[in-house]
Design a protein around this ligand. Sequence first.
Ligand SMILES: [Zn+2]
Length: 411
Amino acid sequence: MKLQSPKASGSWAYVDGATSFNAAIDKQLLAALDKYTGAPYQPAAGPAQPANPGSAKLSVQGSLTHAGGNFLIGRLRTSTPTGKGPGNTVETTVVYNSGTGATVSSAELIVPAHLGQLMEAAQSSAPLPLTDLAFDGAGNLTLTVPNSAPPLADTEYRTLTVPSATARPWLSELGRSVQDGAALPWKPPTPEAKALRHINCDIVACAALTYDDGPSQGTTPRLLTMLEQAGAGATFFAVGGAANYSPQIVKAENDAGFTVGDHSWNHPDLRKLSPAAIVDQIQRTNKAIKAASGEAPTLMRPPFGGVNQVVRANVEMPIILWSVDSQDWLTRDPAKYIPAIMNQVSPGAIILEHDIHATTVDHQPEVISNLQRAGYNLVTVPQLFSGIDLEPGQVFSCRGHGKDCTPSPGR
Ligand SMILES: [Zn+2]
């Protein structure tokens, strides 16, 4: 994952399916970003710039320091710019157990009573910050310690190695398990469901491309290839009749990790229908999508964005609207709808387009590269709202603090 915003820059890694590990990384990152900016951090987009070591940004460096058996150790170091004073490097190391799904601090690898011996072995007179322990492939304990404490310069660290047998008696039961696994291949967690690529849209700038009214045999398969080649996530709001006619495309969308939502059976204005007719439109469509892909939709977008109390009460799914209206269906002109998208987009946006028009699909590589160059991570709607409860009958148009957007709890 890369962060390149006016306030912060750096990179770190998530592990797909390792929920508690990813959450621990996010928690530390958000705490550092909030502290640095003096307010709940807001993700910002901006064109990718070459890293500038002298710039006044929070620097974020994450790395996986150990992977073996059921255990993974990841380290995150956040440093405020030198101009803001010394001693502002914060380091966290988390130990993740793919067998239990739990994440603990690396200090728990050592029996506290043996800390003195560890300090001696590490030839350290100062108390060791036990935030950075790992094992190499032979089970030797490695510690990364600052050269001076405090204050710490950002980059002055040295790595000490304690031989496997020397370290063994000082290790906790957990520490010994980690050591025993060091020579084994890493065993990733078993995904409970289709694992979403983890991303936190409170930290990085996200936008969700959504395509309505398909699938269409003449255009949608080409669009899938374009999205996959660009590494872009997307959400398709499919019309039930079309899904029923082209189930293989719905399956291809779902198999490729895109989200397929419900856009009614034949695109009526739901506000003009009886409650029973609304329910019928939605249930028939959900059934067709489930029959095609094996997965029932969990999101609904009413045709024309037409929502009222009766629609909300009868949809029984979260209602997903948009914050960026490309009007691609109206202008059919990339010289108009691409600038429309770029002028309206902001972090957390949902972008409305239609995958049934060749004038839209033909120019998606340009839309995607413009957004990516502007710093947006293109995500599915479930990824965009990760961490936010999407209640049935509620309307969601974007994530964050913009007009009609939904912020994540506590931010
Ligand atoms: Zn539509």
